[in-house]
Each structure stands twice: as structure tokens, then as C-alpha cells.
Design a protein around this ligand. Sequence first.
Ligand code: HEC
Ligand code: HEC
Ligand code: HEC
Length: 276
Amino acid sequence: MRVLRGFALLVLAGGLAFGENKVILKKPPKSLHKYYPPKSKNFEFLNNMYIMSTSFFGINLNINEGNWKGALEWANRLRDTYKKTSRMVPEWKKYFKPALADDLVKAVKSKNVDKVIKASKKLGQTCASCHRDNEIAVKLVYHYPSFDNLKLEDPVEFMEVKVGKYMEKMTNSLKALRIYLTQGQKDMAQEAGTNFAERVRGLRAMCSKCHTDKASEEIYMGKNLESALTKLEELLSAEKLDQKAIFSTLDRISMTCAKCHNVHLVPAMVQEALAK
Ligand code: HEC
Ligand code: HEC
Ligand code: HEC
């Protein structure tokens, strides 16, 4: 019995296309919206993807066990779901080649393994070409909550600002601290540094808008950060400012920024770019 390795690999790799030296991030078409929250909680489009890739495997698995009847059932399911999916997002119609799904059913009916492999590859290529153009962007837009409509209370100016604005104010306090410290302006450095510490603490209020688990919050905003912030405030209230110690404490705090950015910033940037 021949094993259908060729298409098992092709399809089970999920969607992502490898081996190209570029990544495509196109704004997903409007008609996809209705298959994702908040419009729908059922993920109809994504579920069809699961059905199709399971069906591909169902064909493979059954043929390897000599169960052509079972294979045909999965082939029919694949064809039906493929055709149904092709009508869900009109803007993506061109990616679908329904005749190739019919060909696969015919190949399974013929009980000819080579024909099944060939037909599977051809159909699989239509999956891959849509994935290459759309999968990453769809994941970033629909599976990631948006920072864009969140607001945070700025503890220094007592006003609500958007996250991007808040980051900017916080970063400006940090830069001002570095500048005044370098220029030896003690009072100004103290004020900028205190504002910076307050703004970093204020970030915490944002976490619970998405995370229900306090443990996530603790990872970046926990004891380590708080002890660095307390240390910064101590250093700032000293008689003579210890520039070196302050800079090294700022480096500790910046680790929090960098870690949180590694997880949250890239998706937020892509979403923002695609929202335009
Ligand atoms: C939630 C974790 C999180 C933490 C902690 C965090 N940031 Fe951010 N930061 C973000 C997100 C998300 C954005 C994008 C916001 C947007 O544009 O709507 C951002 C954007 C920024 C930007 C604008 C960057 C750009 O390239 O557009 C700066 C600057 C920035 N943060 C500085 C900081 C500094 C400094 C700290 C630490 C003191 C920090 N951030 C801590 C999540 C975080
Ligand atoms: C017209 C575009 C398009 C076509 C054609 C298409 N897909 Fe997809 N597929 C997507 C998009 C977009 C996603 C990401 C959906 C998401 O994450 O919500 C995806 C995701 C997937 C995933 C990953 C699911 C996950 O858990 O992340 C699998 C597996 C998959 N598709 C299988 C298939 C198979 C098999 C075919 C062909 C028979 C196919 N797709 C055809 C657009 C397409
Ligand atoms: C706009 C929504 C949003 C906000 C606000 C947000 N996060 Fe996240 N965060 C996510 C998403 C989405 C993930 C990916 C994991 C997931 O889907 O739950 C994630 C992952 C994480 C992770 C890694 C895995 C995990 O779930 O623990 C940590 C740690 C984390 N965030 C910390 C924070 C901290 C600290 C803050 C506040 C400073 C914050 N996040 C604010 C959406 C958010």
C-alpha cells in the first residue's frame, strides 16, 4: 500500500507558506467580518478550514488502510465544504477552483492512488495560495484584541488618553529624566523621574482590560518591576543624584517595556496599519 505522504505534508502544515523571502499582510476583506467576533462567535470561516484539513487527512488515513468507502465520504465532505467556503467571502472567489474539488472526488472514486495524490496536490495549491496572501493578516486582525480602543488614565495629568499617547507621554518623561540628569539639573530630573515612575505603575490598569488572569499581569508588572521603581524613587530623592545607579535602574525597568513589546507591540502595529 502506497502512503500518501506528499499531500499529508502539504496540507497538514496548516496554512503558512514557507520558503519565500517576503510576508504579505493585506487588509482582510469586509465580508470576512461577519464570521468573527463581535459579529459572530462561531468562527464559521475558520471552522470550515478545520473541516477541510481534517477531510484531507481523512482521505489519506482511509486510503492507507484500504478503506476507499471511508475515503470517499471525506472527499465528498471536502468538496462540499470547499464549495460552501468559496461563497462566503466574494472578494476571495478567485482563490477557489471548485472543479479541482470535483476532480479529487473522481480520483478517490477511481481508487487510483496516483490520481488521488495528483488531485490533492492541485487542490492543496489553491489552499496554499490563499494562505500565503491572507492567513497571517487574518490571524493578527481577528484573533488579537485591539489596543486601539483602549484608554488609560494618565496619573500625572489626570486625563484619559489612548494607549499610544500614554506610551508617548511615559517615554517623554523617561527621555526628560535622562536629559536633565546628563545636564546636572537635579530638580527637573527628580520631577521627570517621578512622573515616569507613576506612569509605569499606571500601565497596570490596562492589563485587566484583556487579561482575566492576574498571573499574566505579574509576569511583567510584578515584584521585579515594583522593586526597580521603588529603587528609582529612592535614588531620585537622594541628596546627590547617583547618575550611574539611576541609569542602571532605568535599564532594569526598560526590560519590562521590551518584554511587553515583544508580545504585544507587533500585533498592535499590524492592526493599526491595516485599520487605515
Ligand atoms: C502591554 C504591555 C506594554 C508595556 C508594559 C509597555 N508598552 Fe509600550 N506599547 C505597548 C503597545 C501595545 C503599544 C502600541 C500602542 C498603540 O500604538 O496603540 C506600545 C507603544 C509604545 C511606543 C510607541 C512605539 C512605536 O514604535 O509606535 C513607545 C515609545 C512605547 N510603547 C514605550 C514604552 C516604554 C518606555 C515602556 C516601559 C516603561 C512601555 N512602552 C511599556 C505595550 C506596552
Ligand atoms: C480564500 C482563502 C482560503 C482558502 C482557499 C483556504 N484557506 Fe485555509 N485559511 C484561510 C485563512 C484566512 C485562515 C486563517 C483563519 C483564522 O485564523 O481565523 C486559514 C487557516 C487555515 C488553517 C489553520 C487553522 C488554524 O488553526 O490556524 C488550516 C488547517 C486551513 N486553513 C486549511 C485549509 C485547506 C485544507 C484549504 C483548501 C482545501 C484551505 N484552507 C483553503 C484562508 C483560506
Ligand atoms: C488589548 C488586549 C491586551 C492588553 C491590554 C494586554 N494584553 Fe497581554 N496579551 C494579550 C494577548 C491577546 C496575548 C496572547 C495570549 C492570549 O491570547 O491570551 C497576551 C499575552 C500576554 C502574556 C503572555 C502569555 C499570557 O497570557 O500570560 C503576558 C505575560 C501578558 N500578555 C502580559 C500583559 C501585561 C503585563 C499587560 C498590561 C501591562 C497586558 N498583557 C495587557 C492581550 C492584551
